[in-house]
Design a protein around this ligand. Structure first.
Ligand code: NOJ
Length: 557
């Protein structure tokens, strides 16, 4: 594979910087903390790090509310720290992907301040989506769009003394995240230069926030919501797929423009879009050869612990990406969704979440996912088997959706709890301070890196082993995937390299022991649980694997 094509099969590790490692003991993770853990990431076997935003921000939405796209939040570090991070990551052959937020700025961004300080109709107003309200006093919002974080999607523009005017600005997210107007030439020019600013510093690419949302349907028509009350459907719901603010055809012109910017660099820089669209066909449109290199595959993430849905999402993804010549991506967890250990866990008869089986399933699903062709994303802490933290005190919660929904939604803080590095240190070694910005649960000592490192059977060692095999086995590269016959609750694939060598990857999603066909062999490369036995009952030995277990077999030539 050419080096410029590294992203086609990369293992990308997502860092949520405030929660990864805290170098100065203020309870918040930072860039120097991340630098101090680069060796850990090298040992884990990642090719790239995607870092959630670390720009100057009032942090009303975890940094996805950017006040200055060319500076670093002082709590997270300095520009020198970022330069050091890029240099030190590159010295370890790890690429750096940043996160760009083009759908909205923070309301503290100079552009929005300029808007508030100027007259309606002045050029500053055209950079955001602002409309007059309707009704006699213009008291009714311009249309019925809702915020993804609950409540209405429009707020009054207010006078300096706080009086509402008859003008409203759109915010598909929090009130502090006004949507930019991508029909405005300033917006295009500004983002092109922001990209260049970071590419010039050596950043290898960007993950694009809400990549499917930048363009809104002309005329901003009302949307026929599937719910009649104030409930906001999740971004991913099939029902909102055709909303006039998602996945509009016009958005693709922006990515063609950005691709030209990225391709002007040597090596070319790359993009991964956050495209919450309901099917693989719509998603692949973003990966046409002159647009984004990759996009997150949320269709697969949403398939859950379900063999049929996993299989159909894999088939659809591979087929639709093949048409545009792009590699698929695979992801099971990120900073916006319940950690997959908890999400996949069965609920016991008494209503409790069975986290032991959740971990077993998560490991199996991860191993199977790692054997799929394309790139894969790992969310910090999943390699430790961290569960979602469900017991956060209300006053610790920061997710704006939690506050805007009156505490009925907005569970995203639970996957953002800081990482436990050492079992016996305050804040589990996250930082030198005793506390972290989101409180860690009392029972995380055994999950810490220090406890799992070198410990046979730990989730961390399992990830390390699986990733090192993924990198070493030619069959787990770009070659084809073929399905093998299996029971309904089982998925089995053969991956083949150009040299003809093959690896079989099997996941048993059932709660029964599975006997594998003798022809698949007994050479276990790696397994997600210890429940793998060789049966010597016939002329030729065969394998049996336990419930909720995955294995890789081979290689065969
Ligand atoms: C998607 C990001 O992943 C999420 O964390 C953020 O709240 C929204 N976009 C708004 O920027």
């Amino acid at each position: 594979m050419r080096d410029n094509d590294w992203w086609r099969q990369a293992v990308v590790y997502q860092v949520y910087p405030r929660s990864f490692a805290d170098s100065d003991g203020d309870g918040m993770g930072d860039i120097p903390g991340l630098i101090s853990r680069l060796d850990y990431l090298t040992d884990l076997g990642v090719n790239a790090i995607w870092i959630s935003p670390f720009y100057t921000s009032p942090l009303h939405d975890g940094g996805y509310d950017v006040a200055d796209y060319r500076s670093i939040d002082a709590r997270l570090g300095t520009m020198d720290d970022v330069d050091t991070l890029i240099a030190q990551a590159h010295a370890r052959s790890i690429r750096i992907l940043m996160d760009i937020v083009p759908n909205h700025t923070s309301s503290e961004h100079p552009w929005f301040r300029e808007l508030l300080a100027s007259e309606p109709g002045s050029p500053a107003w055209d950079r955001y989506i602002v409309r007059e309200g309707s009704g006699p006093d213009r008291e009714t919002p311009p249309n019925n769009w809702r915020s993804v974080f609950h409540g209405r999607g429009w707020s009054h523009i207010r006078t300096p003394d706080g009086e509402p005017t008859g003008y409203w600005y759109l915010h598909l997210f929090d009130t502090t995240q006004p949507d930019l107007n991508w029909d405005n030439a300033d917006v295009h020019a500004e983002f092109r230069t922001i990209l260049q600013f970071w590419f010039d510093r050596g950043v290898d690419g960007f993950r694009i926030d809400v990549a499917h949302g930048l363009v809104k349907e002309a005329g901003l028509p009302d949307f026929d919501y599937p719910t009649t009350d104030d409930e906001t459907p999740a971004m991913f719901d099939e029902d909102v797929a055709h909303a006039p603010f998602w996945d509009q055809d016009g958005v693709h012109a922006i990515y063609r423009e950005w691709r030209t910017v990225a391709d002007a660099y040597d090596p070319p820089r790359i993009f991964c879009g956050e495209t919450w669209v309901p099917n693989a066909g719509r998603m692949a449109r973003y990966q046409r050869p002159d647009e984004l290199h990759t996009s997150f595959n949320f269709v697969y993430l949403e398939a859950g612990w379900d063999a049929a849905r996993m299989r159909s999402s894999i088939d659809e993804t591979i087929a639709s990406h093949a048409k545009v010549g792009a590699p698929p991506t695979w992801v099971l967890s990120n900073h916006d969704v319940v950690r997959h250990r908890t999400r996949m866990a069965p609920i016991d008869a008494d209503g409790s979440v069975d986290l032991e089986r959740g971990l077993r399933r998560a490991r199996a699903a991860t191993l199977f996912t790692m054997s799929l062709p394309g790139s894969m994303y790992i969310y910090q802490g999943e390699e430790l088997g961290l569960p979602e933290v469900t017991e956060l005190p209300d006053d610790a919660r920061q997710d704006p959706a939690w506050h805007r929904s009156g505490g009925t939604d907005g569970t995203r803080d639970g996957c953002r709890v800081p990482i436990p590095w050492s079992g016996d240190a305050p804040s589990y070694g996250f930082g030198s301070g005793a506390a972290s910005w989101l409180p860690q649960p009392p029972d995380w000592a055994d999950l810490a890196v220090s406890q799992q490192s070198g410990s046979d059977g730990s989730t961390l060692e399992f990830y390390r082993r699986a990733l090192s095999i993924r990198h070493a086995e030619p069959a787990l590269g770009a070659g084809p995937l073929g399905w093998l016959d299996s029971d309904d609750d089982v998925l089995a694939i053969r991956r083949t390299a150009t040299d003809g060598s093959a690896v079989i990857s099997v996941i048993n999603l059932s709660d029964a022991v599975l006997h594998l066909p003798r022809a698949w062999g007994i050479d276990v490369l790696v397994a997600s649980s210890e429940d793998v036995v060789v049966l010597n009952t016939g002329d030729q030995p065969a394998l049996a694997i336990g419930p909720e277990t995955a294995v890789w077999l081979g290689p065969t030539s």
